[in-house]
Design a protein around this ligand. Structure first.
Ligand SMILES: Nc1ncnc2c1ncn2[C@@H]1O[C@H](COP(=O)(O)OP(=O)(O)OP(=O)(O)O)[C@@H](O)[C@H]1O
Ligand SMILES: [Mg+2]
Length: 288
């Protein structure tokens, strides 16, 4: 007796159509306070995922700051604006990063959503939707804080990684961000990464501290994804414009990043989503 999957495989073999794959998983990487390690995490987790055979893209949505290109030493010539105005196709603006990881520059294109005509927004959504077939995971490196631009990503996605350090200002801003997320996008899965700590014990202490207030006031729990130790190799790799996974693969920070990438793969992905769906939602938010 054939099961449904077998029937589908036979059908697709007969018609030469590849079996339909699920849309890409989209994870926004963000923080309450700036300078806590978002871009380094996005690029290096992206690289670690690519090494595991996951087709990974990193969208540099830190508008106007151009962070990912600096960390990677890869300068994308075109960005989403070129797609919105019909000058380029999506495949022309995707830059091949190290080890087949894909880099996508958001730049000013995403600032302009509120002023775009409906058909331009549709063109953007369609173009981004093409990426669902090409990628398994899209990581979005957002800016820090809760400006309208960052919020539009955070309210549209179903998975967010929030990075904090152990500094009181960072912890306070992290709580503020989680509160907004919890109130405005309650179904979103929020994971915590603690950066620049001495060891796992310190990281877990930060997570406990945050979870105490999150449980008390927001009646939910943060999911701890992992930590990155303070490691001079990170700054040296940034100087060299090489991801730490390539420049210092045996450093404590690189090992911690590889563990986080594995943890991401092990977690169940949200049932629905995908790049097209998420950007369609974002466009709706902007056109209100
Ligand atoms: N684990 C670490 N150990 C030591 N230094 C680190 C670590 N993580 C990040 N840094 C340093 O902190 C600085 C900021 O990192 P990064 O640019 O990734 O942060 P960001 O959150 O993206 O900043 P922004 O908010 O400005 O976009 C970098 O110069 C980097 O070298
Ligand atoms: Mg950054």
């Amino acid at each position: 007796m054939y099961d449904q999957a077998e029937t589908l495989r036979q059908l697709s073999a007969q018609t030469n159509v590849p079996p339909q794959s699920s849309p890409a998983r989209v994870i926004a990487i963000t923080s309450g306070k700036g300078g806590v390690g978002k871009t380094n995490l996005a690029v290096n987790v992206g690289l670690a995922l690519a090494r595991m055979g996951v087709r990974t893209g990193v969208l540099d949505a830190d508008l106007g700051m151009g962070n990912v290109d600096i960390v990677l030493g890869v300068v994308p010539q075109f960005n989403l604006s070129h797609v919105i105005y019909g000058q380029k196709r999506m495949k022309d603006i995707l830059v091949e990063g190290p080890e087949s990881m894909k880099i996508l520059a958001g730049c000013s294109g995403l600032y302009e959503l509120a002023n775009l005509s409906q058909w331009r927004l549709q063109r953007l959504t369609n173009a981004l939707g093409e990426l669902d077939d090409q990628l398994d995971i899209l990581l979005i490196d957002t800016g820090a804080g809760i400006s309208r631009n960052v919020l539009s990503f955070l309210l549209s996605v179903q998975e967010v990684i929030v990075i904090t350090t152990n500094e009181p200002t960072s912890i306070t801003d992290t709580y503020g961000l989680i509160k907004v997320l919890n109130q405005s996008n309650p179904n979103c899965k929020v994971s915590l990464v603690v950066n620049m700590v001495r060891n796992q014990r310190e990281a877990e202490g930060v997570c406990r501290k945050l979870n105490m207030v999150v449980e008390k006031f927001l009646h939910t729990q943060l999911d701890y994804l992992g930590y990155m130790p303070f490691d001079d190799a990170v700054a040296r790799s940034v100087q060299q414009q090489k991801p730490i996974l390539q420049a210092y693969p045996y450093s404590p920070a690189a090992r911690a990043i590889a563990q986080m990438a594995a943890a991401i793969c092990e977690r169940p992905r949200p049932a629905s989503g995908g790049i097209r769906e998420i950007f369609a939602r974002m466009v709706q938010l902007f056109s209100r």
